[in-house]
Write a protein that binds this ligand. Structure first.
Ligand SMILES: [Zn+2]
Length: 157
């Protein structure tokens, strides 16, 4: 949400680049291909989160695996994907599955009915309701949103 309107950061390649940079991806030159796969991974995650089954998610997950490794006596996991362009989308999908195994009850849809985002609640008491305070929480605090929330009955997923 930006100024009360839905914005898709993945619409423009610049948005994709910014998102990738935020998530530590420094690959370049193939952002178009990465974007395509990110969109597929995102659609697959939405299907899984919103009750449309996990076939699509599993199809995304087929493109990679975690490979256990050791370095200097320390275990770690390496991401192996069948195409480099799958890396960010696969990591997002695989991270989601891991998260569902660890704290599924903390994975929640933003309480703003106009917002499409889901988030992992890492707050101590587990009472977080918004994807972000800036985008959705503050609007709710203003009060206008509460009325709208009641009249639409909240998230319909
Ligand atoms: Zn939100």
């Amino acid at each position: 949400m930006e100024h009360g309107a839905l914005v898709d950061q993945f619409d423009a390649l610049e948005g994709v680049r910014a998102w990738l940079a935020e998530h530590g991806w420094d690959g370049d030159g193939e952002v178009e291909g990465v974007r395509e796969r990110l969109l597929e991974a995102r659609a697959a995650l939405r299907d899984a989160l919103e009750g449309r089954g996990s076939d699509r998610l599993n199809a995304v997950l087929d493109h990679g695996a975690w490979r256990p490794r050791m370095r200097g006596g320390e275990p770690y996991e390496e991401v192996v994907v069948d195409e480099t362009a799958w890396w960010p989308g696969w990591v997002a999908a695989a991270g989601f599955v891991r998260m569902m195994g660890e704290r599924a009850e903390r994975v929640r849809k933003c309480a703003n009915p106009q917002c499409v985002l889901w988030f992992l609640d890492v707050s101590k008491n587990g009472s977080r309701r918004w994807c972000s305070m800036e985008a959705c929480g503050n609007r709710a605090k203003v009060g206008r949103f509460h009325q709208r929330n009641r009249s639409t009955g909240g998230p319909s997923a």
